[in-house]
Design a protein around this ligand. Structure first.
Ligand SMILES: [Zn+2]
Length: 256
């Protein structure tokens, strides 16, 4: 089955063009948060779920209650970043399925296996010891499947995308989930960071991916060698090897 990796390549290009520049900007003058009196605090957004082969019982959509304090442009960036997470999950599942053998090594798992050596186990996990990044990636992506099913069939509480605004580097923040089922994908998003032109779609994808891994039960620190950093950074690099000219913190500074 041919797989379109152009979206990943586009993300990688956008990242390579932007990292290293993000600390050079002066903060713009503060923009007062929009008032939302008289309108609902959230509106529901449905995002179609790509359907990888070999995975049955997937819902057609996942749903998010998005704060109405985000403007249309900000909301689109949130949507794009969730689509990026779903694309990486879809591609991993497709490559692992391997035409039916279900033994494939995905690009995401291969890349992560090279770099992730620490905090490979989600909090809820009680199975056979996870000793490498490939297995951790497979557990994480299977947990994404669980989260997608629980969300799409409305078994979990409504997932909320909450608004915050501060001029710090905080981009997207999620608490680490303890449980394995019915976990809502609750994320707080910094509208200030969404407004920065050099915080690209690719960087936002990585930030969202890191947040989803927290909801999948994986823990910080968000530094080199830890699964919760290395796996999203592989996605942000389009699964390529690390470039010494681009230090890891130019990526994981966008993780919370
Ligand atoms: Zn984190």
């Amino acid at each position: 089955m041919p797989i379109n990796i152009q979206p990943i390549l586009n993300l990688m290009q956008s990242i390579l063009q932007s990292v290293g520049q993000v600390n050079n900007l002066l903060p713009p003058s503060f923009i007062a948060p929009p008032m939302n009196e008289g309108i609902p605090p959230y509106t529901e957004m449905a995002i179609p779920v790509p359907q990888p082969p070999g995975i049955t019982g997937l819902p057609p959509n996942v749903y998010f209650d998005v704060s109405t304090r985000f403007n249309a442009t900000q909301k689109q960036k949130i949507t794009d970043s969730i689509n990026g997470v779903l694309f990486n999950w879809y591609l991993h599942m497709t490559q692992k399925w391997n035409g039916g053998a279900n033994n494939g090594l995905s690009q995401l798992a291969s890349c992560t296996n090279t770099y992730a050596t620490k905090n490979l186990r989600p909090l809820w996990y009680r199975g056979v010891a996870i000793t490498n990044g490939r297995k951790a990636t497979e557990v994480a992506m299977d947990q994404f499947t669980q989260i997608i099913k629980d969300n799409g069939f409305r078994k979990s509480p409504k997932a909320r995308i909450d608004w915050t605004y501060n001029r710090g580097i905080t981009t997207m923040r999620a608490n680490t989930a303890i449980g394995q089922t019915r976990v809502p994908v609750n994320i707080i998003v910094n509208a200030y960071q969404l407004d920065q032109s050099n915080v690209t779609t690719g960087l936002l994808l990585g930030s969202m991916f890191h947040a989803w891994l927290h909801r999948a039960g994986f823990t910080d620190p968000k530094t080199t060698s830890y699964f919760i950093s290395e796996c999203p950074m592989c996605a942000m690099r389009g699964y390529q090897v690390k470039n010494p000219a681009l230090p890891d913190n130019s990526f994981y500074q966008f993780f919370d």
